[in-house]
Design a protein around this ligand. Structure first.
Ligand code: V47
Length: 372
């Protein structure tokens, strides 16, 4: 291994990793620029195993997208629609409840719910939808509304973000997903999502949520027009916010899917960039406990390999993904928990079925199972 790291010219970075020292943005740039994926991945795996041992997590979850109507219409998004578009939809509270009811026979522990920035759904819709889900499935954890949606809801109800979050908590909100972060750089936002909440405001909403006792996730949508430097600035902003609040649960890199978007002339990400991005994120985000390899976006096979390149979580069963599939994802829209367990076991890790907050529900370790 010494030779591998030496020949990649990364010995000084290895020293820092071994000493648990924070990597600089210049270190991050060298890691991104290295074509020695084994060396970068090996370093990331050191951190991954230090934090999570041999465990690889997954969750039994369900995604619900209550509406695709959106005023932001970001250039990278194939999901959002104008209100008068033929493919625009918004679910009634009853339709959302029906989605939850349809899967009552499955051991779903988390509902992940996000939607577009709708121009005229009233604030009461959002509280009622939370209450409706809890009526049908009282024990489920609702991870809903990105920081972008929360900022919109705060302006809808004309209250501070903190007060809005308290009202939503009372209605059933348990935590927030990491979407809508994209790339924080104003250059990227101007060119791809000019109408969206600015990067600094996304971080402020996340930090406010943390201060009100919510745990939230963080994402980065990579592989379009951003530079490595802009990725690193994004990671650094998350790292600083995490230093302040400690409220982020996991980081999820989101691989850009170009089909049906205004950026459809761009190519999809490659396996090397997907793996390297996970590894660099693992190394830079030293204060994040978990990095997900989201199988929907990078495919189950690469996600499995990513468990040896920094990732410790495959996210979940998802049941049923829409946002990436509108943009041409070729993966399935859901995956069985037994498939996730097999993927993890065959990668040499121990499958741990978790709650949203990473409490352990079951360790699916076949070596420890007593055959009857
Ligand atoms: O907010 C939009 C991104 C996000 C595209 O928190 C795209 O645990 C790729 O945030 N290609 C939704 N990405 C997904 C998301 C997520 C997924 C899984 C787990 C968690 C979590 C969060 O997807 C959007 C946006 O940032 N996105 N369009 C696209 N064409």
């Amino acid at each position: 291994m010494k030779k591998l790291i030496e020949s990649a010219g990364l010995d000084d970075i290895q020293q820092k990793v071994l000493a648990g020292e924070r990597l600089s943005l210049a270190d991050g740039l060298r890691l991104y620029q290295s074509s020695d994926i084994l060396a970068v991945g090996w370093l990331a795996n050191l951190v991954r195993e230090r934090l999570n041992g041999n465990k690889a997590y997954f969750i039994y979850n369900q995604h619900i997208n209550y509406s695709n109507i959106c005023t932001n219409l970001c250039k990278f998004c194939a999901f959002g629609r104008k209100q008068d578009d033929d493919f625009a939809y918004e679910m009634s509270i009853e339709e959302v409840k029906e989605k939850v009811r349809q899967r009552l026979d499955e051991p779903i522990v988390e509902i992940h719910m996000v939607g577009g920035i709708h121009p005229n759904l009233p604030f009461s819709y959002y509280t009622e939808v939370l209450r409706g889900i809890k009526e049908v499935r009282p024990e489920v954890h609702i991870q809903a509304f990105t920081c972008v949606e929360i900022a919109h809801l705060a302006s809808l109800c004309e209250k501070s973000v903190g007060t809005t979050l308290e009202i939503l908590r009372e209605a059933g909100l348990d935590s927030m997903p990491g979407g809508g972060a994209e790339v924080f750089s104003s250059r990227i936002r101007e060119r791809t999502c000019a109408d969206k909440l600015p990067g600094e405001d996304w971080i402020e909403v996340a930090k406010t949520a943390h201060r009100h006792g919510f745990r939230t996730n963080a994402t980065m949508l990579y592989g379009h027009i951003e530079t490595y430097e802009e990725r690193l600035e994004h990671l650094d902003a998350l790292r600083q916010a995490q230093d302040e609040t400690g409220g982020f649960l996991a980081f999820i890199p989101l691989a850009f899917h170009p089909k049906n978007t205004d950026l459809s002339a761009l190519s999809s990400t490659t396996g090397m960039d997907d793996l390297r991005n996970i590894a660099v994120a693992r190394l830079m985000l030293d204060n994040f406990a978990h990095v997900k390899a989201y199988w929907v976006m990078i495919g189950p096979k690469l996600a499995q390999i990513a468990l040896s390149f920094g990732a410790d979580d495959l996210d979940g069963t998802v049941k049923e993904e829409v946002i990436t599939h509108m943009a041409g994802a070729e993966t399935d829209q859901a995956i069985g928990s037994e498939t996730l367990i097999r993927m993890i076991t065959e990668s040499g890790r121990v499958p741990v079925e978790r709650t949203t907050l990473y409490d352990v529900l079951e360790v699916h370790d076949s070596s420890q199972r007593v055959e009857s």
